[in-house]
Design a protein around this ligand. Structure first.
Ligand code: 2P0
Length: 353
């Protein structure tokens, strides 16, 4: 950079993903290496996504970041690891319009400004680090002309947050746990793209807007340390389930898909209960939703809706098609009638917000 007043910017948008075979437990905490493979579906980019702008300028004095307009510290190891990995792979960049050229070596000295926004309320307990770190890594890679494919980038996003590695692709994605100690083979691969099974409808029932009590990071650490069920799950259950799930996805076999998704969500929450002290992510409303869906599925010839719950009480409901999704919404409105005075903030089970 010759002149003083230049700035180079890249904006990227990344959707969040929902695991249908869950990641829960790390074998290496600092590299974020999991104890089992996981499989997720990436949401449409216009819902529950993060938009991140990364900028570089010779006038920036230090790396800084704003999340939803509020400055946050970049001092955490996870941010530093992602920034370092991307900077190490930076290439020359030329911007003819502004008459600037940034060399590989320059990237080590230049500072970054990062602004990130979630298009969903952070307070609704849906805030996911998955979209955030995936978007950050992708935007930085574009800015710094990093010549790596999505899988390599996913291994970098993984070091920001485990589930983030699965958001670099659309469609159904598998995070392979990998075997190597350095984590280079712990990365995401796309199983099928977003067109392969496009009649699925995903509805998220917001059960509570409260922040969860146990963070995923702390929760999974305690599960690894205390839950025997986690050991059994990682060694015996998930490897088989991954194969079955891949086949169900390939064949668009909704009955198998729903059975595996629900069973895996329930086992993940059983592991949480098997942790000492026990972790409760679901609440009575979550349990009611499970009962309603189970009863409905059993009353039909074949399952209509799959449910899955992450580290919180909100239900992610996957309907086999649009017609089923409409029926699902009708049922939710029947069982959880909204307060008609204020439909703008319809939250099942938590009327205080
Ligand atoms: C998942 N979850 O597979 C599982 C299911 C929550 C339940 O990944 O410590 O935020 O940053 O790697 O990725 C949430 O955990 O945890 C998560 P870190 P992350 O989606």
């Amino acid at each position: 950079g010759e002149s003083q007043n230049w700035v180079l910017m890249v904006t990227a948008q990344t959707p969040t993903n929902i695991a249908v075979i869950k990641y829960w437990g790390k074998r290496d905490e600092s590299l974020i290496l999991p104890v089992n493979d996981s499989i997720s579906v990436t949401l449409d980019p216009d819902h529950l996504c993060t938009t991140t702008t990364v900028a570089v300028s010779s006038s920036f004095q230090q790396d800084r970041m704003w999340l939803n307009g509020k400055e946050i510290p970049l001092s955490g190891g996870r941010y530093q690891n992602c920034l370092r990995e991307i900077r190490n792979r930076a290439s020359d960049v030329e911007d003819k319009k502004q008459g600037i050229r940034i060399t590989k070596e320059d990237w080590g000295k230049l500072h970054l400004h990062i602004a990130s926004y979630n298009n969903f309320p952070t307070a609704a307990g849906l805030a996911s680090s998955a979209a955030g770190f995936a978007c950050l890594v992708f935007a930085l890679a574009k800015l710094m002309n990093v010549k790596e494919d999505e899988s390599k980038l996913s291994a970098i996003a993984r070091q920001g947050s485990g589930s983030a590695c699965r958001s670099l692709y659309g469609g159904f994605v598998k995070w392979k746990m990998g075997r190597e100690e350095d984590g280079n083979d712990s990365l995401a691969v796309q199983l099928v793209n977003e067109e392969h099974w496009d009649d699925l409808f995903i509805i998220i029932a917001v059960v509570s807007s409260r922040q969860k009590e146990t963070s995923s990071t702390t929760g999974m650490r305690e599960s690894v340390q205390t839950s025997l069920l986690l050991q059994h799950r990682a060694k015996e259950v998930v490897p088989k389930r991954i194969l079955q799930m891949e086949e169900a996805i390939r064949n668009r076999d909704f009955a198998s898909f729903a059975q595996l998704t629900c069973a895996d969500s329930n086992q993940f929450h059983a592991v949480c209960l098997d942790t000492s002290p026990p972790i409760f992510y679901m609440n009575d409303t979550s349990h009611r939703i499970i009962s309603i869906i189970e009863k409905w599925n059993r009353s039909e010839e074949t399952p209509q809706v799959a449910y899955t719950f992450d580290a919180g009480p909100n239900a992610v409901l996957i309907a086999r098609n649009r017609k089923t999704a409409a029926s699902l919404i009708q049922r939710l409105l029947y069982y959880f009638p909204p307060n008609t005075d204020d439909l703008s903030s319809y939250i099942i089970g938590d009327k205080s917000i």
